[in-house]
Design a protein around this ligand. Structure first.
Ligand SMILES: [Zn+2]
Length: 308
């Protein structure tokens, strides 16, 4: 029995929510050596996807395939500047197009690895292209040549790849931004690729809610010894960010629980359960409005989860 998959629709977003700017045109991926065979690929355009790869004796594991065929090719060009070992594995951190559309441009023999919830959702590729078009300046030609490439390996909670001389771990700690968020962990470098789990000054419970996000973060923090996070859409950061997110999602959970108990409507909850000072930007910061929109979204998702 599989429950129904609900796809994202812009009409369900609260007004004032800023769409992501993910157009990869002109983005250059810079190679950053994290040690022990692990490398981040950092986008020159802020917000546009970072990815990465890990090199072992027998092959290379790639983390995320990017948004388009040219970007998937660029990932492979950057890897070739470091090693000529075969690209044996590719892990998608979530099902969104900016993480998966490049899959089709990797060699046929590359094994595609996805968490089960991600694997179920990549099948809706045409719907995802439509949803993502506003995020690429309404230019659907960005997706030229993108065809569906599905998982060769699906995992539930944990999958380990031995590349020879180094292992890479794929973890599923629960839903956070999407139902199938995967954390790729390179133990040698104590580095974790966190995809959409880590965004701005707090996370976005895009397809989940604050309660689930908090539980996922707790399992992540308890399980892995991490020093550096490579998020998909922000600069690299230390693991302390996870603790800050935990505090934020606890605040949202408590605030919305109180709102439901007090009988506030959804609109009232979104207006009155505001960010605490620690998670607010100065009003003159151009990102302040964006983060408030995201916070209201988190309140909405959490309110609907608690009220149903
Ligand atoms: Zn993303």
């Amino acid at each position: 029995m599989s429950e129904k998959i609900s796809l994202l629709k812009w009409e369900n977003f609260p007004k004032g929510f800023s769409k992501w700017k993910l157009n990869p045109t002109g983005a250059r991926l810079e190679v950053k050596d994290l040690g022990c065979g692990a490398y981040a690929l950092l986008s020159s355009i802020p917000g546009v996807n970072n990815t990465g790869f890990v090199v072992g004796e027998q092959g290379v594991l790639v983390i995320d395939a990017h948004f388009s065929v040219p970007m998937a090719h660029q990932i492979q060009e950057r890897i070739r500047e470091v090693t000529d070992k075969p690209l044996t594995h590719l892990v998608n951190l979530n099902y969104h197009g900016d993480h998966t559309f490049g899959n089709c441009a990797f060699p046929e023999e590359t094994v595609i690895i996805q968490q089960r919830e991600t694997a179920r959702r990549v099948l809706f590729m045409e719907e995802e292209k439509d949803f993502m078009t506003p995020c690429v300046d309404n230019d659907p030609s960005i997706f030229d040549g993108v065809t569906l490439r599905t998982a060769d390996v699906e995992f539930e909670e944990y999958y380990k790849v031995d590349l020879g001389g180094c292992v890479v771990e794929c973890h599923y700690f629960g839903p956070a931004n999407t139902p199938g968020d995967t954390i790729v962990y390179a133990p040698g470098a104590k580095a974790a690729w966190t995809g959409n789990v880590t965004g701005g000054i707090f996370g976005l419970a895009l397809e989940t809610d604050a309660i689930k996000f908090r539980e996922t973060l707790k399992r992540f923090i308890e399980t892995l010894d991490v020093e550096v996070l490579v998020p998909a859409h922000r600069t690299m950061v230390g693991a302390e960010l996870l603790q800050e997110y935990l505090v934020y999602f606890s605040e949202v959970t408590d605030g919305v629980k109180q709102a439901v108990r007090a009988g506030w409507s959804l609109e009232e909850a979104m207006d009155r359960v505001t960010q605490s000072k620690a998670f607010s930007l100065p009003p003159d910061d151009p990102m302040a409005v964006v983060m408030t929109g995201r916070h209201r979204y988190n309140v909405k998702r959490t309110y609907l989860a608690l009220a149903n």
